[in-house]
Write a protein that binds this ligand. Structure first.
Ligand SMILES: [Zn+2]
Length: 415
């Protein structure tokens, strides 16, 4: 049965994957016409399942199944529908499709709940368009920072302007929040994006914690000059300074302590001409570790080293931190509920950390938050080769349906 559920999930994922801004690949960004179409599609699915559908001021699609009790708390299930460039179809959308099908299954099996269940499709998790990310979950938890409205996309459009053009009112963002006292918890289904479950022959895993993360942008300013007439000793080459900093960062991360990883994923050089010594190099850093102190120390020691490199080369260096997220532990009660549901399916329960950031870490500020990981082929994600099988997605949906009565005071009649 669960393989059929997985096939059903995949049919929905394929529909969503067809909505893209770039032919031949999946690319769906926050507050774009493609985001609009994806929201409409998800809203239509929710409506067909009898959910009460709405959109909030940061363009999250929200579908509620009400239990009928006036003072009911709310259990939230969801993930994101925005993507990176040239994405796979599972990262994010699976966390919207799986709860839809799981709720349908659970209701078919006679689920009675003491809480309202809300399924949410967030629009801004990958951070592919604006400097700040997590607009949906930050607004939902009352943590949205109004300063991020001034962040610009590559075309110089601010988040504020984009929201207004999308028909949303930035003044209403505060109204998107769920009150703490009515929040029962958050559960997110997501592909693992790593190789552990596949290596251990398991379709599902329970996330124990989401690792901490620091993101920032370094700008090196040097002196432009003629590539032929300025001798090497007289140069203040911004690119060469950046290159030395890149190696310094990698060396630090290679210590491997506490799962420390560091990535420079975005680089630009000015003026960007073949015969001109670069006077400007801008690059991003992304540093993560399962221990916050290790990450914080690695970033600060790297910055110290980078400043020394800039000074020695006669360049200046500016660092702007764009995002800091502490390690977030997943809720023990929800983890136990997921573990029981997985064991029901006859599988060994594997707990593992998430190296990737997720809305679940933002939601944890409001109350219990947890994640169910689904095996993906070779741990590949953010790539069209991303793949989860029908069997594995079916297992996830079945486990989620079985977990619903076990978490957040949602009960079956038979319990
Ligand atoms: Zn994701």
């Amino acid at each position: 049965m669960s393989k059929a559920l997985g096939a059903e999930a995949d049919a929905l994922l394929l529909e969503l994957a067809a909505i893209t801004s770039r032919p031949g690949m999946i690319a769906r960004f926050y507050l774009t016409p493609e985001h609009r179409r994806a929201m409409d599609l998800v809203g239509a699915w929710m409506r067909a399942d009898g959910l009460e559908v709405s959109e909030d001021a940061v363009a999250s699609v929200r579908g509620i199944w009400r239990c009928g009790k006036p003072d009911a708390k709310r259990l939230v299930l969801g993930s994101h529908i925005d993507t990176v460039v040239n994405a796979g179809r599972f990262d994010g959308p699976l966390g919207v499709v799986a709860p839809l099908l799981a709720l349908r299954e659970a209701r078919r099996a006679g689920l009675r709940i003491n809480h309202d269940i809300e399924i949410i499709a967030f629009g801004d998790e990958e951070g592919s368009r604006f400097p700040a990310t997590f607009a949906g979950s930050l607004a939902l938890t009352g943590q949205f920072n109004p300063a991020s409205l001034d962040g610009l996309d590559e075309d110089g459009i601010s988040l504020r302007e984009a929201l207004i053009a999308f028909g949303k009112s930035p003044d209403d963002i505060a109204k998107a929040a769920i009150a703490r006292e009515t929040f029962a918890g958050y559960l997110e289904v997501h592909i693992e994006q790593g190789p552990v479950l596949e290596a251990e022959g398991l379709s599902l895993g329970v996330v124990e914690a989401i690792v901490g993360q620091t993101r920032g942008v370094l700008t090196v300013t040097g002196v432009a000059g003629h590539a032929g007439t300025v001798p090497m000793a007289y140069r203040h080459d911004a690119f060469q300074a950046m290159a030395e900093m890149a190696f310094a960062l990698e060396r630090r991360a290679r210590s491997g302590r506490d799962g420390l990883v560091a990535t420079i994923g975005k680089v630009s050089i000015g003026p960007g001409l073949v015969n001109v010594i670069p006077d400007r190099a801008v690059f991003s850093i992304d540093v993560r570790s399962s221990v916050d102190a290790t990450r914080v120390e690695a970033v600060s020691m790297f910055l110290e080293e980078a400043h020394a490199i800039a000074a020695r080369r006669g360049c200046t260096l500016e660092y702007v931190e764009s995002q800091v997220a502490k390690r977030v532990a997943c809720d023990p009660v929800f983890r136990a509920g997921l573990a029981e549901a997985i064991a029901l399916g006859g599988q060994r329960v594997r707990e593992l950390p998430s190296g990737a950031g997720h809305d679940a870490q933002v939601m944890a500020a409001l109350g219990p938050s947890a994640m169910l990981f689904v095996r993906c082929k070779a741990g590949v994600s953010h790539n069209p080769a991303e793949f989860a099988s029908h069997e594995d997605m079916g297992d996830a949906i079945a486990a989620l349906a079985a977990a619903l009565p076990r978490i957040g005071n949602v009960r079956n009649d038979t319990d």
